[in-house]
Every structure is written in structure tokens, then in C-alpha cells.
Design a protein around this ligand. Structure first.
Ligand SMILES: Nc1ncnc2c1ncn2[C@@H]1O[C@H](COP(=O)(O)OP(=O)(O)OP(=O)(O)O)[C@@H](O)[C@H]1O
Ligand SMILES: [Mg+2]
Length: 231
């Protein structure tokens, strides 16, 4: 087998060294050209989808049916959580917003996240479906590890639509690994889901709901869908 010296001699690099230093020049380029690529906005950076760019407490306040006392009471409690987010963050206390389709869960979760990032905090929003899609489709091992690591370490993670990511052992194990890792490190999760408690316990390892229950304020967001038709 060749040793390093033989390899250097064979490829003609024996001149490398202090006796025959090589001179390197910086390459010269033409004038810079404008490359038309979208600049990431602050909301893109935190994973906030375009559709939800207006999901703020102001939007919720301006569009809420004040006659619905039960809903208004829950919104007030979540707003209190949002206003005092920093202290909840210290204790690793998150939110579980569960309830039927279109009741405003994602909007509320994002209002909490927005309130925090607008004050300089760091967090990330991702739907459970996208999360799974990314994990199983990022081909490069290092890129995938970096992505998973980000989900496990970001101070605040919004997991939207937990349970919609599909079934299968591999899928639920991935979600469980992320939630467990964040639980072990006292990191805050804000979770929205259409699943009830029974289903959460059935789909994921029983310990996962137990962890969520221990570290999240739970709100049942009920009512008719707030989605309007096109006409
Ligand atoms: N307080 C509100 N008043 C009026 N409309 C609202 C309110 N909150 C949310 N909406 C609107 O209702 C629609 C559904 O909201 P959102 O996506 O937050 O519901 P969801 O509970 O997350 O639904 P899903 O269970 O399907 O994920 C959106 O178009 C949103 O803009
Ligand atoms: Mg939603």
C-alpha cells in the first residue's frame, strides 16, 4: 500500500510545502447579477404558512362571536397563557388544542406563536403531515438529522393537526421520539388535533398522551366550522 509521501509524489504535489510554495489567486468574476429568488420572510422562517399570515390575537378579537360565552372564556384563558408565555416557557408548559374541524385551533396556536416571535422569541410551526413527509423524503442523511434535530431543540414547536400524518408504527414512533425528546428537555409544544383523548391514546404510545397531559394546558375548542364557502 502507498504511504502518504508516495501518493503526493505520484500526483505531483510534492511541490506543496514551504520550499516551493504555490501562489493562489482569488478568482475574478464578472459584474454581479441579480438572481431572482424569493427572500424568506420572517414568517417563512418560522414555518408559518401563507394562509395563516393574519392569524393574530387581533384577528381573533375582531372576528369572535362575543355572544358565545364559553368560547370567549376559553379564548381569554389562552390569551392569558399567551401574554405570560415567557414564564410558561420557563416551566415547559405548552398547549393542546383539540376539537372538531374548522373551529379555529390552528389560528389560535399561531396567534400564540406570533405573539412570542414578534417579541423576539424563536419557534417553529409545522403540520404533522409535512413533518412526516419531510422526515421520510429528505434523502440526505445529514440533512434529515439536521431537520429532526431542529424539531427536537427549537424552544417552541407548534405541531399542527397531530394525528393527520397517517398511521403506521414508523410514523407514530417518529412523532413519539420528537415529543419525548422535547419532554425530556422541558421544551414547549403547542399541539392542535382533531383527535380526542381516546384516539390519542390509541394511535400513540400511552406514555405520549401522558406526557402531553403533564406538560400542556388542554382546551377543547368546540363549535361549528368557522370556514366560509366561496359564494
Ligand atoms: N375567531 C375566528 N373568527 C372567525 N373566523 C376564524 C376565527 N378563527 C379562525 N377563523 C377562520 O376559520 C377558518 C378555520 O380556522 P382554523 O384553520 O384555525 O381551524 P382548525 O380548527 O385548525 O381547523 P382544522 O381542524 O380543519 O385544522 C380559517 O379560515 C380561519 O381564518
Ligand atoms: Mg387546523
Amino acid at each position: 500500500m502507498e504511504n502518504i509521501k508516495q501518493i503526493l509524489e505520484r500526483i505531483g504535489s510534492a511541490t506543496i510545502g514551504t520550499q516551493n510554495p504555490k501562489i493562489y489567486r482569488m478568482p475574478e468574476y464578472d459584474e454581479p447579477v441579480v438572481v431572482d429568488c424569493a427572500v424568506k420572510s420572517k414568517l417563512d422562517y418560522f414555518g408559518v404558512p401563507k394562509r395563516f399570515k393574519n392569524s393574530t390575537w387581533e384577528f381573533i378579537r375582531n372576528n369572535s362571536d362575543t355572544g358565545d360565552k364559553e368560547r370567549m372564556h376559553k379564548l381569554a384563558q389562552i390569551k392569558e397563557y399567551s401574554d405570560n408565555f415567557k414564564s410558561y416557557l420557563k416551566d415547559g408548559i405548552g398547549l393542546l388544542l383539540k376539537g372538531g374541524v374548522g373551529t379555529g385551533k390552528t389560528t389560535i396556536a399561531l396567534a400564540v406563536l406570533r405573539n412570542y416571535i414578534d417579541k423576539g422569541g424563536r419557534g417553529y410551526f409545522i403540520s404533522a403531515v409535512t413533518l412526516m413527509d419531510e422526515i421520510f423524503n429528505i434523502a440526505d442523511f445529514a440533512d434529515r438529522a439536521r431537520f429532526e434535530n431542529k424539531l427536537k431543540t427549537v424552544p417552541v414547536l407548534v405541531i399542527d393537526d397531530l394525528g393527520a400524518e397517517g398511521s403506521g408504527d414508523m410514523v407514530s414512533r417518529k412523532i413519539e421520539a420528537i415529543i419525548s425528546s422535547r419532554y425530556n428537555n422541558d421544551l414547549v409544544n403547542i399541539i392542535t388535533t382533531n383527535l380526542g383523548v381516546k384516539d390519542l391514546k390509541r394511535v400513540y404510545d400511552a406514555r405520549i398522551y401522558d406526557r402531553i397531559k403533564e406538560t400542556c394546558k388542554v382546551f377543547n375548542i368546540v363549535g361549528d366550522s368557522l370556514r366560509k364557502g366561496v359564494n
